[in-house]
Design a protein around this ligand. Structure first.
Ligand SMILES: Nc1ncnc2c1ncn2[C@@H]1O[C@H](COP(=O)(O)OP(=O)(O)OP(=O)(O)O)[C@@H](O)[C@H]1O
Ligand SMILES: [Mg+2]
Length: 392
């Protein structure tokens, strides 16, 4: 049952109608304090539109440390960029327009889901385990990194137990996951700048953009100039926190060994190394493998994936294996289905799961699940608690 801060009893009826009959409304931060002390199970505070930003951020910052599983959803009458960034810095999970009932219900649901995840971690449900980090890489542009990372992430989130997945766009200057999945880039990695050293689950939960059930995305900056401010240390912190929140963290990369990508390789459990059937891509794969060897990144984590296989261009899969001396793990066929779905903003695995391209991605996901294991527990669905949201 969420508690609402700062609205009059008259407005409270609106919240009761929208959220739940037993919503509690408190008018001041002190009363909220008293209420929360008496209700240690409370997981959600909705801050009303007339509460000042100063009070809203103070509430969030106070409870961020004291009660990390408590989520704060903020209602505002106007959506301003400064409000968003202030809110994100304070660890507020979502900001919603005061009259957007649907978004409020959605934000509250997502916040409750994050709280439950955090409580599980605290209770040791997922113990000391962490989710697996998978990096998708090729040092040549256009080999299909974004295609593979988006489809692999979707396949992991669909298959079997429906693991929770976060897709991270570390192609910081030219990342296009937001475009590929038609997501609103109002929250991106840029919002994490300045949080280095203090990133926690709450902050990251407020930065990810949900794509579909079980799959969230952390998007690349919309301003390419921000890329240079994302340090390897910040990238490492992002991956560490995300891997405590999700079963899988799938990273899309730029076509180069940047500091951020080297840090990602350092932390990753599995590397998907792409090539296509052309000499430049093959040469680059060979260079990539030599580089990984030289840097001591273990071969046990290597997974060579041939994208756009089957094209009749003179080279074959066997040529690839012979040249690089590593077996191909999965071959993804070339098909017009890939760009067609991309233009619709969906993955092939969702739109056409029986297609040969989708099957290849499901095979890749299954192999990843097997080789990396699904560490964090995808707990069986718990029986629904007392109904919180009437309009679901
Ligand atoms: N299996 C496939 N069949 C057909 N087209 C494909 C396939 N894989 C990728 N493509 C197409 O190739 C192009 C490049 O793919 P993608 O953007 O995934 O590559 P990338 O490695 O992420 O590129 P960049 O290095 O620019 O980030 C896209 O137009 C995509 O639709
Ligand atoms: Mg790309």
């Amino acid at each position: 049952m969420p508690v609402v801060l700062g609205d009059t009893e008259r407005d409270a009826d609106r919240f009761r109608f929208t959220l739940a009959d037993d919503v509690v409304v408190v008018e001041t931060a002190q009363k909220l304090d008293t209420y929360l002390d008496a209700h240690p199970d409370e997981d959600l505070v909705v801050v009303g539109p007339d509460v000042s930003m100063a009070v809203a951020t103070e509430v969030s910052e106070t409870y961020r440390l004291r009660r990390p599983f408590l989520g704060v959803v903020l209602l505002r009458r106007r959506m301003e960029v400064s409000t968003m960034s202030e809110a994100i810095r304070a660890g507020i999970r979502e900001v919603v327009l005061a009259d957007d009932v649907e978004s409020l219900v959605g934000a509250c649901k997502r916040s409750m889901a994050v709280s439950e995840q955090l409580r599980n971690v605290e209770a040791g449900d997922s113990g000391d385990q962490r989710g697996k980090i998978i990096v998708v890489f090729s040092s040549k542009g256009g080999c299909g990194k974004t295609t593979v990372s988006t489809n692999l992430a979707a396949a992991l989130s669909i298959e079997g137990d429906g693991a929770s997945v976060c897709l991270v766009d570390f192609d910081l200057e030219t990342g296009d996951i937001a475009i590929a999945l038609q997501l609103d880039p109002s929250k991106t990695i840029s919002d994490a700048l300045g949080m280095q050293g203090g990133l926690d689950e709450r902050a990251l939960a407020s930065l990810v953009v949900p794509y579909k059930a079980h799959l969230d995305c952390l998007l690349a900056p919309t301003k390419p100039a921000d890329a240079e401010f994302v340090s390897a240390a910040l990238a490492g912190e992002i991956l560490r926190v995300l891997s405590s929140m999700y079963d899988y963290v799938v990273v899309d990369a730029p076509p180069a060994f940047t500091d951020v990508i080297l840090k990602t390789f350092d932390m990753a459990d599995s590397y998907i190394l792409l090539t296509t059937l052309d000499m430049p891509a093959l040469k680059n794969l060979k260079v990539t493998l030599d580089t990984l060897d030289n840097l001591g990144f273990p071969r046990t984590k290597w997974n060579v994936v041939l994208n756009r296989g089957g094209s009749r261009v003179g080279l074959t899969a066997a040529d690839v294996e012979r040249t690089v001396g590593v077996p191909i793990s999965v071959e993804v066929p070339s098909s017009v289905e890939v760009p067609a779905r991309l233009n619709e903003g969906v993955t092939v695995v969702e739109a056409n799961p029986r297609h040969a391209v989708a099957k290849a991605f499901f095979e890749l996901a299954a192999k990843q699940r097997k080789s990396t294991g699904s560490s964090k527990v995808s707990a069986p669905a718990k029986p629904a608690k007392k109904s919180l949201f009437k309009r679901s």
